[in-house]
Design a binder for this molecule. Structure first.
Ligand SMILES: NC(=O)c1ccc[n+]([C@@H]2O[C@H](COP(=O)([O-])OP(=O)(O)OC[C@H]3O[C@@H](n4cnc5c(N)ncnc54)[C@H](OP(=O)(O)O)[C@@H]3O)[C@@H](O)[C@H]2O)c1
Length: 273
């Protein structure tokens, strides 16, 4: 191993499917930077000792994915505002004494919506489905775009109450239940649930999409199809999966590690191809 080459990785379980090594290799090549980025399958009880070992071995940074985002938050010595708002960490940056925890999921989503897809958030009615780590990660950055309202709804109805109460100081966020959405209309509906991995769609009332509305699934590939097919049948005008978010959150992480933000369009086109 060349000691001059900074080492990064992604930790998760399962991890074999991860596109992150390919994305970061492409970013590094596009910027002519030499770095190593690898995927490691790490069980939950192995996260703390693994991070201690990686730190002792002078690794420079990590992405954390399912199921490590909340544990990574607890294991971070210091945390960004985005990580604190999310209660979860997807990016670790090495410091002299430990790991600084950050969360780039929300910044990546907003970048994909606004810059890549041209979907406005300011002044719009936004519905977030789900209340897990991904939903928590995107809410504060969405509120920073000053939508008219952000409603959050989840299968377990208590979680949105807690989340909305905690984020109230950041903007107009209201908790809903799937049932109480009946009669509401939204300009942007974001599926931040993992239901699509089981071929399922959250049980929602009809009529949620306002004229011209966008449906966006944070999932990509086959897991995004159930929600996006349902949204199309419900009259959503625009549909997008979360592949752009994946690439943009990676670019945000790369920037925090390397001080330069890679260009993303070629990588996204390559992944779609
Ligand atoms: N594109 C990207 O870059 C990106 C980034 C992050 C996450 N994601 C994707 O986003 C999804 C959510 O991730 P996460 O980390 O938030 O997962 P998580 O913490 O496990 O949360 C899962 C959420 O999905 C809900 N859910 C699960 N099955 C459901 C069903 N059958 N019907 C209705 N709701 C259901 C859960 O509701 P309960 O609370 O009721 O259990 C919970 O709100 C994952 O599929 C992940 O791959 C994508």
């Amino acid at each position: 191993m060349n000691a001059d080459v900074s080492r990064y990785g992604v930790l998760g379980q399962p991890i074999a499917h991860s596109k992150s090594p390919r994305i970061h290799a492409a970013f590094a090549a596009s910027l002519n930077q030499k770095l190593l980025y690898e995927a490691y399958e790490i069980a939950p009880d192995e996260l703390a000792p693994s991070l201690a070992r990686f730190h002792a071995d002078a690794w420079a940074g990590f992405n954390l994915t399912v199921p490590h985002k909340q544990a990574g938050f607890a294991l971070s010595e210091t945390r960004s505002d985005a990580a604190v708002a999310a209660g979860a960490v997807n990016t670790l940056i090495r410091t002299a004494t430990g790991w600084h925890g950050d969360n780039t999921d929300g910044a990546g989503l907003v970048r994909d919506l606004v810059a890549n897809l041209g979907v406005a958030i300011a002044g719009k009615r936004v519905l977030v489905l789900g209340a897990g780590g991904a939903a928590r990660g995107i809410l504060a950055p969405l509120l920073a775009e000053q939508p008219a309202i952000v409603a959050i709804s989840n299968r377990n109805p208590w979680k949105p109450e807690e989340i909305a109460a905690a984020l109230k100081p950041l903007g107009n966020i209201v908790p809903r239940t799937h049932l109480s959405l009946k009669g509401d209309q939204y300009d942007l509906v974001l599926n931040a649930t993992s239901a699509g991995h089981k071929g399922e769609v959250p049980r929602l009332p009809p009529g949620l999409f306002a004229p011209g509305a966008t449906a966006y699934d944070l999932n990509y590939g086959p897991a995004s199809r159930p929600f996006l097919d349902w949204a199309a049948a419900q009259g959503a005008s625009r549909l997008s999966d979360g592949l752009g978010m994946l690439v943009e959150q990676a670019a945000e992480a790369f920037q925090r590690w390397r001080g330069v933000r890679p260009e993303t369009s070629a990588v996204l086109a390559d992944l779609r191809g």
